[in-house]
Design a protein around this ligand. Structure first.
Ligand SMILES: Nc1nc(=O)c2c([nH]1)NC[C@@H]1CN(c3ccc(C(=O)N[C@@H](CCC(=O)O)C(=O)O)cc3)C=[N+]21
Length: 287
């Protein structure tokens, strides 16, 4: 195995700590004025991975000084009952933010649920109102993972304007909003996905490469341009360990900058979420 130049590795944990400190300061200002930002998480059923992610979000709230509450409906809750629960949280003035953990059980339409969350209380930025604003370059509450990646680009002085940016994965929570954010900053953006015929043809041209597919080690060294900045939003955990969508050890040899998994994009997602909970509380205070 060849040596790894650690100066190329983006420290997502360090930037996340900085973002959390900013959120904490903003939360303190609100609290000085008698407003307590509060996140309510809704976790349907008992998926262990979801339980872990929700626990990580609650721990972040604790670090930042945000109140957090857990709603734990059973896996067989009906869509109508879940909608009722959300309507109650929308009406509750003590609740700043509502996060319904994904994935939801198959008998519930996830988008129907996302649409029911008040767009003012949507720290995930998944409501069509917030998604629509992103599309017209009015970035308010936007999806946390791509926003966290943009913040990493800013912190590491990755120029976006005029660059070839390639996004692999076209999900509503990573790929699509990522592409919109890069386009808003004047990159030339390509979006590749599972039906793309020749993935390498695109990735080879990428000055900025963002990958979010959930396919372990999809991106190999021969698919990457020399000097590319690479952001890996994928995470797969199996019996042998935790992996990203990028074959890190080999791809780092060609990259100028690269996020590790874990410790890259993941912590940023949660840190940005914290800033959004505070933003929601600020919006409610101004209403
Ligand atoms: N409504 C909703 N909002 C979400 O934001 C949301 C969701 N549903 N469903 C699931 C995905 C997944 N997600 C992650 C956040 C942080 C890490 C993270 O911080 N990971 C650590 C590693 C954790 C480990 O070791 O497995 C890291 O990358 O360093 C991972 C995954 C948020 N999600």
């Amino acid at each position: 195995m060849s040596d790894i130049d650690t100066s190329k590795i983006i420290d997502g944990k360090a930037v996340a700590a900085k973002v959390e400190a900013e959120a904490s300061a903003a939360a303190q200002k609100l609290k000085d004025n008698g407003i307590i930002p509060k996140l309510v998480t809704v976790l349907v059923g008992d998926n262990p991975a979801s339980q872990m992610y929700v626990r990580m979000k609650h721990k972040a709230c604790e670090r930042v000084g945000i109140a957090a509450e857990d709603c734990l409906p059973p896996a067989d809750i009906s869509e109508a009952e879940l909608l009722d629960l959300i309507h109650g949280l929308n009406e509750d003035d003590s609740v700043s933010s509502i996060l319904v953990q994904l994935p939801l059980p198959a008998h519930i339409n996830a988008q129907t649920i996302m649409n029911a969350i008040s767009p003012m209380k949507d720290p995930d930025g998944f409501h069509p109102f917030n998604m629509g604003n992103l599309m017209i370059n009015e970035e308010g509450l936007v999806p946390c993972t791509p926003k966290g990646i943009i913040r990493l680009m800013e912190e590491y002085n990755v120029e976006i304007k005029g660059k070839n940016a390639v996004v692999v994965g076209h999900s509503n929570i990573v790929g699509k909003p990522m592409a919109a954010m890069l386009l808003n900053r004047d990159a030339t953006v390509s979006i590749c996905h599972v039906f793309t015929k020749d993935l390498k043809l695109y990735t080879k041209e990428a000055d900025i490469l963002v990958v979010g597919t959930g396919v372990k080690h999809l991106i190999k060294a021969d698919m990457v341009k020399d000097g590319a900045a690479i952001f890996d939003a994928g995470i797969t955990t199996d019996a042998t360990g935790t992996y990203g969508d990028v074959d890190f050890e080999n791809v780092i040899q060609k990259a100028s900058l690269i996020t590790p998994v874990p410790g890259g994009v993941g912590p940023m997602t949660i840190a940005i979420l914290m800033t959004h909970v505070v933003k929601c509380a600020e919006m409610i205070a101004q209403k």
